[in-house]
Design a protein around this ligand. Sequence first.
Ligand code: SF4
Length: 297
Amino acid sequence: MVKEIFVKTILNKHKKRDDWFLDDYSLNPYKSCEFNCIYCYIHGSKYGKHVNELSVKINAPALLRTALTKYARRKEYGFIALSSATEPWMYIEEKYKITRKCLEIIAKFRFPVHCLTKSTLILRDIDILQEIDKNAILPEDLRKINHGVLITISLSTLEDKIARIFEPNAPSPKERLETLQKIKEYGFHAGIAYIPTLPFISDSNEQLEEMVKRAKDIGADYVFFSPLTLYGVGKKIFISVLEKHFPELVPKYEKLYERKPCVPRNYSDQYFKKVMYFCQKHNVNFGITKLRITRGH
Ligand code: SF4
């Protein structure tokens, strides 16, 4: 059951640009998400209590027009992340077309956009994305990117069997990679966020190297990697799924996430060392611009 809701604001302007995804703004046309990934950070966040209330923000395009009129007048151009807390191209988007209507407004005001998705439906909107890619005005310090559109497809594993457990309603990894392949054929600047990888499930040396190689084969312009974070209700939900499918890993996870929502330093140091090594070995960029890996990612 989808609720149609009217919201007061739609475009969040960040105090500081995101170092990784380069967005100055974020826009979530829906509340909650049909894909229902077990590891989704929404479960543990302040939005967690709404997780079962799938809603469409009916007045999102009208609010966006008002917000972009203001920011365009001030020439405060910056990448809009679409989206940071939901899937912009989930199944109900086929009917509501709210994301598409927002893209039309973004195109009109010539803002750049960073599409973060697991969906094949993004291909429906190639026409409007091409227009934005060509005409968007980039912030001065990001002009070198030379593209008004960034498209990042996210994956936690390349293996369908694992994805079916942890991303039960999302398109399969194979479908997502085929979507990325098509996006690259259209000439977009695009890459893969292997976020989150799952400790002891999708983070072996072989798996990480294969992820980098797959990105290389498709011609991805960049990759991101980051291990799972777990907190609040999200941790309980994740552990209950582990109990069913990987009971032997429960004590390991309890230990790994004993103190903090993120993995401990010894894990993350090793992890990023390996990932950077594989990226260098296969000549794949880590990040859209050169990234410094700091703790917490
Ligand atoms: S697709 Fe993204 S927003 Fe939706 S449930 Fe999965 S992780 Fe959460």
